[in-house]
Design a binder for this molecule. Sequence first.
Ligand code: ZN
Length: 428
Amino acid sequence: MIKRLLKFLDASPVNFLAVKQLTDALEKAGFRRVDPCEPLGDVKSGDRFYVTKNDSSVYAFRIGCRSLADAGFRMICAHCDSPTFRIKPNAEMACEGGLVKLNTEVYGGPIMSTWFDRPLTLAGRVIVRGDDALSPRTRLLHVKRPLLQISNLAIHFNREVNDGVKLSKQKDMLPILGIITGELEKGNMLMNVICDELDVKRGDVLDFDLYLADATPACTFGVHDEFISSGRLDDLSMCHAGLEALLAAPASDATQVLAIFDNEETGSQTKQGAGSPFLASMLQRIALAQSGTVEAFHQAVERAFMVSADNAHAWHPNYPEKYDPTNHPVLGGGPVIKFNAAQKYASDAVSASIFAEVCREAGVPCQRFVNHSDVAGGSTLGNILASSIPLRGVDMGNAILAMHSCRKTGSVADHKYCVKAFTQFYSK
Ligand code: ZN
């Protein structure tokens, strides 16, 4: 299972590629792609299908033995985007000596210094000319070799570098791509890479959504190989755990739903984010197909339960003062239930009790996280989704170190625990 996770992480440098990995796995397991442009048709017990939005979010459904209205649904949601750098239009900047660097824009809230001096690659989607203006074609791009690097300034030019450095997103975070070797490369270096990788003509490339990604493969480390080191662990580890559980769980009375959203790192307010009505409308369409009434959808929501799965902060041995004195989850201690008095998290005593009981039934330990009261925490999917679908639910996730770093540290045991807990949840 951990080998599968590492493979999934390496094959998912950005949201679009993660969704491709997820849909490939779903199809292999017998889930059928549904086109939201077409009527849903009959929806029968045991049906398995999925739908995507913008190629960057995916929603998988396994219809329960009982109707949505009678048994509700069991939903696990997570997000497939991570903080990174987006390549701007007209990105090439020619410098001294023929060196070419790329103009970038920050996506989400990365710890920028962690992106220095490591091999990076380029991934995302390229839009090529289709049959007409409204139907361009999408090609996924993943350059599977180190292609770029953002280099630090030498310490000799900045003696205070180890005392903390203020970084400019526009000046400091531009990666170098190559050195021009001939006239044909001038102004074309990035486009040449795109066209070569995808075997398309330059004139057919209309636009792209391309991002930087850590090019170093994910790995385990530690004396007992008990840790995971990878880019994008937040929140691809939860996407992977949800997928593994969906494919492993037995059929249940309730409909099983796996919802993988995009754009969590920028506030979720897009058509493919957790703030979108898209998932609610899909559930309404399923309820309508089953029963012919909208009433069935509202009954299903009342009976439903959501697990909003997003990584949590693990206790860091170098900074114990940053953590709550009595609730600081540790690596390897099992899934973490997250609480916040200001309701940034969906968890309350009822939903936390339900999830803790699911963990107990699965034979998995679980932990609780609350922020140190003087430290402002982050937010996540649960409450944003609950504002469009009023679901009972819990916010949880596995504990990791260095959230929003280019590379995070997680726990092998926690991933196994999480898949067990999710499988148990889906079987309820
Ligand atoms: Zn996250």
